[in-house]
Design a protein around this ligand. Sequence first.
Ligand SMILES: Cc1c2[nH]c(c1CCC(=O)O)Cc1[nH]c(c(CCC(=O)O)c1C)Cc1[nH]c(c(CCC(=O)O)c1C)Cc1[nH]c(c(C)c1CCC(=O)O)C2
Length: 361
Amino acid sequence: MASFPPLKNDLILRAARGEETERAPVWVMRQAGRYLPEFLAVRAEHGFFEICRTPELAKEVTLQPIRRYSGLLDAAIIFSDILVVPQAMGMEVLMNPGPHFPDPLVTPADIEKLTKEVEVDKELGYVYEAITHTRKALNGEVPLIGFSGAPWTLFSYMIEGGGSKTFQKCKSWLFKYPEESKALLDRIADVCVDFLVGQIKAGAQLVQVFDSWAGELAPHHFEEFSLPSLQRISSGVRAKLAAENIPAVPMTLFPKGANSQIALCAEKAGYDVVSIDWCIDPADACRAAGYKVALQGNLDPNVLYGGRDAIEREVKRMAERFRGGKKAKAWIANLGHGITPGVDPEDMRWFLECVHKYSAA
Ligand SMILES: Cc1c2[nH]c(c1CCC(=O)O)Cc1[nH]c(c(CCC(=O)O)c1C)Cc1[nH]c(c(CCC(=O)O)c1C)Cc1[nH]c(c(C)c1CCC(=O)O)C2
């Protein structure tokens, strides 16, 4: 493994391990992205996946929010996308402007079209390079987060061929072809395991698994189809790291929308942190998680459109709900989903400042 500059801010790592911290560490999902003029300037010159595949550009856009909000953010997240995994498995993915798969999986016979033995380190080596390069450039300011999509969420994109409102195609698979679906979910999970281990070896100090469509499943379907592949990832990553004598890093699960499943995730999924959206009150999430995991979240991203007073009021409330009463084991402040393109970067700054102010223990 490469050697890196010493870390100057380990707040998020301590919180992720469940330690109480002097204030809540804070970062924002999609913090490197389209609300930043400096990102749009890079995007005007380069394609989306071109940025992902060019370590120098990926490093540049990863560092943009860290530079702009110097001293306010407690983590960087590597610029990439969850859909690099289907690409590595042999599928074509375009971004125009949302994700589009020209040749999605229609029936289980199409699984034949996927690469049989994915050479993950070769296919996704560009992400590892970007991580190593970025971690060096971060110079220890804040830890670097790596990530992957969750198998169920990736499965849905691979079958729907893009975003979906109804999830009709991928859900028909679950009900019509449950065994083939589970086999494919396991296959995606195995690629995710190698990919996350590779990112950790390359320098990622925490990893997050995005199950963006977890909330589309009925509770018993989540338990049957998504949870086993999430467990396969957490146990697989830990086992591979242990086998190579590489220290474990904290793992975060974001089961977006699956708010009735927080207890199950805290107890059985095998992650250190569970990230929650805004549709559950933090106090209820803390109760459900039962002190087993740290929690991350959960401001409604649209609050960032409500002006300074609303942002301050909502952050103050969120901090009270995470830290008062039967509080979280530990709390990492974030939005409940990604920041959206129309947010004024100065309102994002105000959000970060309010977290610093109101989350002090
Ligand atoms: C579902 C999902 C995707 N990608 C991702 C998820 C999981 C999180 C979530 O639920 O939002 C994860 C993701 N995508 C991106 C990151 C980079 C790191 C970060 O700043 O958080 C991360 C962590 C960059 C991106 N990924 C994408 C952009 C915008 C594309 C552009 O620059 O034109 C960025 C900055 C494109 C993308 N990528 C995806 C969609 C649906 C879209 C289009 C809609 C959108 O823009 O949000 C798939």
